[in-house]
Design a protein around this ligand. Structure first.
Ligand code: AMP
Length: 150
């Protein structure tokens, strides 16, 4: 999956969930001086943002359409839903894709078995369990290769 092709013209990006992943992503993308809005239902979560974060913070439940509209979703080029709840992520991702016709929609997914649901809606997914499995497998392969060399 290719999230962004270049550092230029990333447009207006909405990130949902200012947890460990969302805050990290927001800090990184905001370094590129793009228009970023980050939404979280818990205002304390925004403490994870760096002091140099240059985007907009919005407190609210992202499953509410009024909150998405306040984030100016209609002009968004990408919506990234990384809350800690698969149902919330799928709901927001579907709203972004179907109702607001956003081209690039990415959602975090804890349960890999639900990936087919997202695929049906043309939503890109990030699944930590699958990514971790692949990385561990690579580490095991690399260590087996090293043993073969010695
Ligand atoms: P983490 O598990 O550290 O990646 O954190 C996930 C973040 O998602 C937390 O800060 C939650 O407050 C946030 N979150 C969960 N549900 C919603 C929601 N419906 N709208 C906005 N933020 C949410």
């Amino acid at each position: 999956m290719k999230l962004f092709t270049s550092k230029k013209n990333r447009g207006h990006i909405i990130i949902i969930g200012c947890g460990r992943l969302g805050a990290n992503l927001a800090n990184t993308l905001s370094d590129d001086e793009k228009s970023i809005v980050i939404i979280d239902k818990n205002k304390d979560s925004f403490r994870k943002l760096s002091s140099s974060f240059g985007g907009i913070i919005l407190t609210g439940d992202a499953t509410e359409i009024s909150v998405l509209i306040e984030a100016e979703i209609e002009k968004a080029t990408a919506v990234i839903s990384v809350t800690n709840n698969d149902n919330t992520n799928i709901m927001v991702a579907q709203l972004a894709k179907e109702l607001f016709q956003i081209g690039q929609v990415v959602a975090r997914l804890y349960d890999p078995e639900r990936e087919c649901v997202y695929r049906e809606f043309n939503i890109d997914t990030i699944c930590p369990a699958v990514l971790s499995t692949k990385e561990i497998d690579k580490l095991l392969d690399a260590s087996e290769e090293m043993e073969g060399v010695v």
